[in-house]
Design a protein around this ligand. Structure first.
Ligand SMILES: C[S@@+](CC[C@H](N)C(=O)[O-])C[C@H]1O[C@@H](n2cnc3c(N)ncnc32)[C@H](O)[C@@H]1O
Length: 362
């Protein structure tokens, strides 16, 4: 276990660990009868729900100061002691929380990530992905597979989360939470100090832009997102306060983008949208760019192989939620060409994210 979860080990180490992680389950699947292996995968949905319950109860927060016995912990999180024990028995079997010899419950490295104050906290992501709203969308997967279309499209999805303040807040915090996983690898894979001004298009709460500005002290930032999203930006983004290095611009990327920056960053934007809408966004950005400016797409580029890959999950997530999709490098190249860009590089990072760098085509 790394002492600081924000620091990434070298790429070769990560790839070796991933390879082992792919091989072991495939060995397990071959050794046990198919119906057992399949049932275990079905039960993974219940495990996910159990993790969500632990996040809602904030069990990790209640254990932050040290181990507690069942009665004390149940009191602290407002739960029934026996039911809490049953929940923790399942989770501890998967390394999320531990039950010590003296019967007291304690945090494990996995449970630490459920703490709201962890250096890389997944709590908000767990709260969003386990929410009734999110789960309900997934029940429509079969319809989406039948028709090739989601029951809601990206416009409706974003309008829905904007129309419900609590849900919108949760979504934005979930994005910040997920962002924390890939930040260090992105900063290590690309030299952001070479730009004078970077615009983060659809930058949400600006978590990545803040990290870039801290890494590139001479750089200025522009955070661009829908008005409802960036209205309170100075509250959660110190660089957006008076005298800071970040300007906040409200607008829609279907209408306009801030002009004159050296780099235009779009992280997890194009995957939300079907091809023609994605091209529309790219054309809007291109119209704002000078010929020398760079476009940086950060996406989970799908690999050519069919081994497990996080992009395959998010691809279905996009199918049910927005009508968007994950894409291969050649699909991104084609999309970019349609919008008047030339893809110059696709750089992998130690996380599953890739940085696609493009320039306006002459
Ligand atoms: C999947 S989130 C990604 C947020 C951020 N880039 C990140 O990676 O954490 C998509 C973002 O696009 C923004 N968005 C959706 N429709 C938009 C529009 N028409 N114009 C500008 N931003 C929009 C959303 O508010 C949201 O912040």
């Amino acid at each position: 276990m790394l002492s600081d979860p924000r620091k990434s080990p070298p790429r070769a180490v990560i790839r070796t660990v991933e390879r082992i992680r792919d091989v072991l389950p495939s060995l397990h699947r071959r050794l046990v009868p198919g119906h057992f292996a399949l049932l275990e995968m079905v039960a993974a949905g219940w495990l996910s729900q159990a993790i969500h319950a632990a996040a809602v109860l904030d069990i990790a927060g209640a254990l932050a100061d040290g181990p507690r016995d069942g009665a004390d912990l149940a009191r602290a999180v407002g739960a029934d002691e026996d039911a809490l024990h049953r929940l923790l028995r399942l989770l501890a079997g998967h390394g999320i929380f531990a039950r010590r010899r003296d019967g007291r419950y304690a945090l494990t490295p996995l449970a630490q990530a459920l703490r709201a104050d962890a250096p890389v906290s997944l709590r908000d992501a767990v709260l969003f992905y386990g929410s009734a709203e999110h789960r309900d969308r997934w029940t429509h997967l079969v319809d989406a597979v039948r028709t090739g279309r989601p029951t809601v499209h990206a416009d409706t999805f974003f309008a829905r989360i904007r129309g419900d303040r609590a849900l919108g807040e949760l979504f934005e915090r979930a994005m910040v939470s997920i962002d924390g996983l890939g930040q260090e690898p992105l900063l290590a894979a690309h030299d952001f100090t070479r730009y004078g001004t970077i615009v983060d298009i659809g930058g949400g709460r600006g978590a990545l832009l803040s990290a870039i500005l801290r890494r590139a002290p001479d750089c200025r930032g522009v955070l661009f997102d829908l008005p409802e999203v960036v209205a309170d930006a100075p509250e959660w983004m110190p660089e957006a306060r008076p005298g800071g290095r970040c300007t906040v611009v409200a607008g829609s990327f279907f209408d306009s983008a801030p002009v004159g920056a050296d780099a235009y960053l779009l992280k997890h934007i194009l995957h939300d949208w079907p091809a023609e809408r994605a091209v529309h966004i790219l054309r809007t950005v291109r119209a704002a760019m000078s010929p020398e400016a760079r476009l940086l797409l950060i996406e989970l580029v799908l690999p050519g192989h069919i081994r497990p890959h996080p992009g395959n999950y998010i691809d279905l997530e996009m199918l049910v939620h927005t009508g968007g999709r994950e894409r291969t490098e050649s699909e991104y190249r084609a999309l970019l060409a349609d919008a008047g860009f030339t893809l110059v590089s696709c750089t992998p990072t130690v996380s599953p994210e890739n940085i696609l760098e493009a320039v306006p085509a002459p």
